[in-house]
Design a protein around this ligand. Structure first.
Ligand SMILES: [Zn+2]
Length: 143
């Protein structure tokens, strides 16, 4: 499948200020773009967004869907290696955004929201730039 046209109103397509509002780009993977979620109540929380502006997994070809899910698994493996969470939660919502992306949310035993559903944006934990850089370096080293 060829990349779909960029939607200038979509944070994952356009990046820039709309993306900066909630994320920091870490890198590109074969079928996705990886962002650190600025709200870090769950240490290491990231977003894996498809390189295609599609709403649903079923909008991707089999080949592109497998490549995207391979990226999701690769990132999850890196989060486990870098941060040793008890569990990684996965959330793919995007009711209004219409650009396929997964939230990967490390959960720590006894920690915030452990044993329950993660909030989309708890707006309680933001870090200093050097701390974001440290998380990004740890994730990149484990990818
Ligand atoms: Zn998009």
């Amino acid at each position: 499948m060829k990349p779909t046209p960029t939607d200038p109103n979509c944070a994952y397509c356009a990046e820039g200020a709309p993306l900066d509002a909630f994320g920091i780009k870490i890198c590109e993977l074969p079928a996705s773009k990886l962002y650190l979620f600025k709200e870090q109540s769950h240490r290491g929380r990231v977003i894996v967004a498809s390189k295609f502006h599609v709403s649903e997994m079923v909008d991707l070809s089999d080949e592109d869907r497998r490549a995207f899910l391979d990226d999701v698994a690769r990132v999850a493996r890196a989060l486990h290696a870098a941060f040793r969470p008890k569990k990684v939660n996965y959330g793919a919502y995007g009711d209004t955004g219409c650009h396929l992306h997964f939230h990967l949310v490390p959960k720590y035993e006894g920690g915030f929201e452990y044993g329950g559903v993660f909030e989309m944006n708890p707006k309680r934990t933001f870090l200093e730039p050097a701390e974001y850089d440290g998380l990004i370096a740890a994730i990149k080293a484990a990818l």
